[in-house]
Design a protein around this ligand. Structure first.
Ligand code: FES
Ligand code: FES
Length: 282
């Protein structure tokens, strides 16, 4: 592959973004607001509780042919951990002619926003539900998502002034609007998008993302070697604790070894003995 091991690379609005020279613990939110100038994504609690900072990450599925989209809290997600993924922010949803995405339209028409501070986060959580493939083609086309699905999708978002009923209504109504030209469910899975993401994948030890203070091995053997070489390293998985060590405790972190790029550590199997779970990244 052509990606330089030392630079974090991801897709944003159809372009490959290459970032180097930032500390390994810079969060996606800090990057968006202070480097990329994308201030639509808000900072509320900075500890993964309120959802104001929600963005959507697209990740190549295990079959290599589709993209899994999920909502994440950008305030506690370190930027290097989105290497090889697609980042979607609230700015990405606007169509070329200013057209609102159905999720945004539903929020407007259901009066789902008052002060608006929480709104980008709610929009992005609903957008992830909108793109959800399992429910999408079978359920959402022509029929609204179940209220429970909407509530589950919004379970990480807090609003202090609108109240949740109109926002849940928006979630239930978003599938009633015509598919947008930009970010329809089909377009989200287009061959172009899949190929762009595929081209960013790191497949050999030489191409693993590595720069001072950060290493993302690709196999368990590489992980063992990395730990042997730097035994004081910090193992990072989802970051729900470690993210707060930097945003709240302002701690300096030792070198980070990130576990999320190791396919062998992300597995759930149904065995005779029960569920066998090897998953460190959610
Ligand atoms: Fe509150 Fe991220 S700012 S969850
Ligand atoms: Fe004000 Fe939600 S609209 S906090």
């Amino acid at each position: 592959m052509s990606t330089a091991p030392s630079s974090v690379q991801f897709i944003l609005d159809g372009e490959v973004v290459s970032v180097s020279g930032l500390p390994p613990s810079v969060t996606v939110l800090e990057y968006l607001r202070t480097v990329a100038g994308r201030t639509g994504t808000k900072e509320g609690c900075a500890e993964g509780d309120c959802g104001a900072c929600t963005v959507v990450l697209g990740e190549l599925a295990a079959d290599g042919r589709t993209i899994d989209y999920r909502a994440i809290n950008s305030c506690i997600r370190f930027l290097p951990t989105i290497d090889g993924k697609e980042l979607v922010t609230v700015e990405s949803l606007q169509g070329a002619d200013g057209e609102l995405h159905p999720v945004q339209r539903a929020m407007v028409e259901c009066h789902g926003s008052q002060c608006g501070f929480c709104t980008p986060g709610f929009v992005m959580s609903l957008f992830a539900l909108y793109l959800d493939l399992e429910r999408g083609p079978q359920r959402l086309h022509g029929s609204p998502p179940e209220r429970e699905d909407v509530i589950a999708a919004l379970s990480g978002n807090l609003c202090r002034c609108t109240g949740y009923r109109p926002i849940i209504d928006a979630g239930r109504r978003m599938s009633e609007y015509p598919a947008p030209k930009h970010w329809s469910r089909d377009e989200a899975q287009s061959a172009e998008r899949v190929n762009r993401l595929r081209a960013l994948q790191r497949t050999t030890p030489q191409s693993a993302l590595r720069f001072p203070g950060f290493h993302a091995p690709l196999t368990v053997d590489e992980l063992a070697s990395a730990l042997q070489a730097t035994p004081d390293s910090l193992l990072l998985a989802g970051g729900t604790d470690i993210g707060l060590w930097t945003t709240k405790h302002l701690r300096d972190l030792p070198p980070i070894i990130y576990l999320g790029a190791i396919a062998e550590l992300q597995e759930i199997r149904n065995t005779d003995a029960g569920l066998h779970i090897v998953q460190v990244y959610l």
